[in-house]
Write a protein of this length. Structure first.
Length: 411
């Protein structure tokens, strides 16, 4: 079986994902995808006719984000029409899955040159044609009876309650991630991968991270009202069904303490990312220098009602596949969908916290759903090189109670 080598990674800055506030919110999702595809081609002098496939993660494939974003972005980026494209949805895990599938194509011998990545404009959510996710579909009664799946924020509060994790710990983690993100930005830790976004008319739209709030304090976080109590009790239909009652259907008697708020939850942002992968033979024949190799990949499911707990079993599975232990991993990236996801992950695996999300995470930088996994793999690769380390692991929770994972080794 071939190895799959990572040749390069790039991404856009993350813009605030709200109309009227975000610098990318007026762009077309396809244009964000085209931005990273054009950059990856120019940076590596690609013959785009030889790109076997472009695999993009996009979770919300409705409205302006519909119609196979990968293919349309490649055409806008000026790729040869012979380079194909496909777009997939594993909710938040889409951007890891796209890279994993790109690697699988190469490792199987089906392709020699593949791009994995993702794009998501959360500023399009709420537009006409934009989705209500299936797990929030009030008409999906058969699935709801088997596996009630509430709002993710309510899930986060339920998990924190069940695990006995206090709000002070969640706020402390949110404060730390803001500090780490500010340090990373100030010291150029993202510079290698970051590419600016220009509007179609050539004017600069955004060239730096837009979401971080480095002025955040612990006192300020402590003063924020928990966000998901009103959502938990909002009636979803005439029967009086609520997200809280969905949790109680599976976990009777649980008295949820609401702890998550805007400061310790992931940010709503727009963004895109792309990674170039090649077989060793293709890379050597075309003068490409590998930056890393894919060591192992895994997917894991867990309780759909709690939704956010699959990263720990996913990490254990991918470590087993790689023949590695927790102590072999030099750097970890666990997406901060909510503070409890990262906090529980670090506690359950007894991790050295100086190795986890060292440049901050989604609570500070934002979470452009289908692109985030690809962003994190690129961030991890840059940091492995900066610290002269060997192994890194990326995983993240996804709706439906899932988590993809990948281990890379710096070359």
């Amino acid at each position: 079986m071939n190895e799959a080598w990572i040749i390069d990674a790039c991404r856009t800055p993350r813009g605030i994902g709200k109309k009227g506030k975000g610098s990318l919110a007026d762009q077309h999702p396809q244009h964000l995808g085209a931005t990273v595809l054009k950059a990856i081609a120019e940076r590596n002098d690609l013959n785009t006719a030889e790109v076997g496939d472009i695999i993009f993660g996009t979770s919300s494939q409705r409205g302006r984000q519909s119609g196979d974003l990968a293919r349309m972005a490649a055409l806008e980026a000026g790729y040869d029409i012979r380079s194909s494209g496909v777009t997939l949805d594993r909710f938040c895990g889409s951007g890891i899955t796209s890279v994993n599938l790109a690697a699988m194509n190469i490792m199987s011998g089906s392709e020699d040159l593949v791009i994995g990545g993702g794009a998501e404009m959360m500023s399009t959510f709420g537009e006409e044609g934009a989705p209500i996710s299936p797990f929030m579909d009030n008409g999906n009664l058969a699935l709801r009876e088997l596996h009630p799946q509430p709002h993710q924020g309510v899930c986060a509060d339920a998990i924190a309650t069940m695990e006995g994790i206090e709000r002070e710990a969640l706020d402390a983690l949110a404060f730390l991630t803001q500090q780490r993100a500010a340090n990373a930005i100030a010291n150029g830790h993202f510079d290698r991968s970051l590419v600016p976004v220009y509007s179609v008319d050539g004017t600069l739209a955004l060239d730096k991270e837009e979401f971080p709030r480095p002025q955040t304090t612990l006192e300020g976080l402590a003063g924020l009202q928990a966000s998901f109590a009103p959502i938990a009790d909002y009636p979803l239909d005439e029967s009086g069904l609520t997200y809280r009652s969905m949790v109680l259907q599976k976990y009777p008697g649980l008295e949820i303490t609401h702890m998550h708020h805007a400061g310790n939850s992931s940010g709503v942002v727009d963004g895109a990312a792309a990674l170039l992968l090649a077989s060793p033979d293709y890379a050597k024949a075309n003068g490409m220098k590998p930056r890393a190799r894919i060591v192992a990949m895994a997917n894991m499911g867990d309780c759909p009602t709690l939704m956010l707990n699959a990263p720990v079993p996913a990490a254990k599975r991918v470590l087993e596949k790689a023949g590695l232990t927790v102590n072999d991993i030099d750097l970890w990236e666990i997406n901060e969908a909510f503070a409890v996801v990262s906090e529980k992950f670090q506690r359950d695996l007894d991790l050295d916290r100086e190795k986890v999300n060292v440049n901050g995470g989604a609570m500070a930088l934002g979470h452009p759903i289908g692109a985030t996994g690809s962003v994190l793999i690129g961030t991890l690769l840059d940091e492995l090189e900066r610290q002269d380390k060997q192994f890194g692991l990326v995983t993240m929770c996804a709706a439906g109670g899932m988590a993809p994972a990948v281990i890379i080794e710096r070359v």
